[in-house]
Design a protein around this ligand. Structure first.
Ligand SMILES: C[S@@+](CC[C@H](N)C(=O)[O-])C[C@H]1O[C@@H](n2cnc3c(N)ncnc32)[C@H](O)[C@@H]1O
Length: 292
């Protein structure tokens, strides 16, 4: 597909459609959920972050602007990466953010280099354990993975699964909460949990309003829709499916921490382990321990 106008809307797969539009937050909960998650993660200026499947770079650029950390975004779709690079320049963060075309199954990075790997709506389409293993490889020991994904609230009947795949592509496979936790634990992560779990709500307006604040999406949206009227019906079909079946879907931040390798763990000794164990306790227990 050329980087300009697509020839026929029907020929584009879901990712190509998103890339053509330049949508910045095509994940459950939209940009408000991203902001909530980044607050929970407490990303610091010293963190070196990978955004895997970064799309048009909205989250990565926001993170650089608000936290001042260094971040690399990768995506398999060259059109997404091209738009993400434009965004970084336009938003004045190209000294902090870099975007590259790459595949999450084979990341072009050394072992043990990132403090945080984040992803938003990508593993739902892929082999979860393999992707999480690759995330683990590039994370430093004690590094964190935080992956915002669609969750099934209950088993999806096969007719609805077919409709879902028609909307979002074959292979779209949201899991139940426990299954997401199993997948990330199978890849070797510890302290696994689902942060900020939520049901899909009837708050499409909030999400659309947030989307419409993104200059990249709105700058030529009118011309795009006029040139390809089919785009509206495709977006409406996807939104209609989610609205009709919202009771089946939720979302949350699939979270885990890469363990310290054993020799380092031994060097840390008992005191170090106690400190680490205390750090991983939920805040409420930490407060109880140190309240007196
Ligand atoms: C639903 S979009 C989400 C994009 C972005 N994270 C967001 O929230 O807006 C999924 C993205 O994953 C990318 N993707 C799919 N498979 C990939 C792979 N194997 N490696 C890297 N990126 C991939 C697609 O090109 C697309 O940009």
């Amino acid at each position: 597909m050329a980087l300009g106008e697509p020839k026929r809307m029907e020929e584009l797969n879901y990712f190509e459609l998103l890339a053509w539009l330049g949508i910045g937050s095509s994940h459950p909960g939209g940009f408000p959920a991203t902001q909530q998650n980044l607050d929970a993660l407490q990303v610091s200026q010293e963190d070196y972050v990978l955004d895997a499947g970064c799309g048009s770079g909205l989250t990565a650029c926001y993170l650089a602007k608000t936290r001042g950390c260094k971040i690399i975004g990768i995506d398999l779709n060259p059109q997404m990466v091209e738009k993400a690079c434009q965004r970084a320049v336009n938003e004045g963060v190209s000294h902090l953010v870099e975007f590259r075309v790459a595949d999450v199954y084979q990341l072009p990075f050394d072992d043990n280099c990132f403090d945080l790997v984040m992803a938003e709506s990508i593993t739902v389409f892929l082999n979860k354990v393999n992707v999480y293993r690759e995330f683990s490889r590039v994370l430093k020991p004690e590094g964190r993975v935080a992956d915002l994904e669609m969750v099934l609230m209950k088993e999806l009947p096969s007719n609805l699964r077919t409709q879902m795949e028609e909307c979002f592509g074959s292979g779209t496979d949201p899991l139940l909460y426990e299954e997401w936790l199993d997948a990330i634990a199978q890849a070797g992560f510890q302290d696994v949990e689902i942060k900020n779990p939520q049901r899909i709500k009837n708050n499409g307006n909030v999400i659309v309003n947030a989307l419409m604040k993104d200059w990249m999406l709105i700058k030529d949206l009118k011309n795009k829709v006029l040139s390809q009227p089919g785009v509206l019906s495709r977006l409406q079909k996807n939104a209609g499916f989610m609205k009709r079946n919202m009771g089946y879907f939720g979302f949350g931040l699939v979270y885990g921490r890469k363990p310290t390798p054993l020799p380092t763990a031994i060097k840390l000794g008992v005191k170090g382990h106690m400190r680490q164990a205390i750090r991983t306790l939920p805040n409420v227990y930490r407060r109880m321990l140190f309240s007196n």
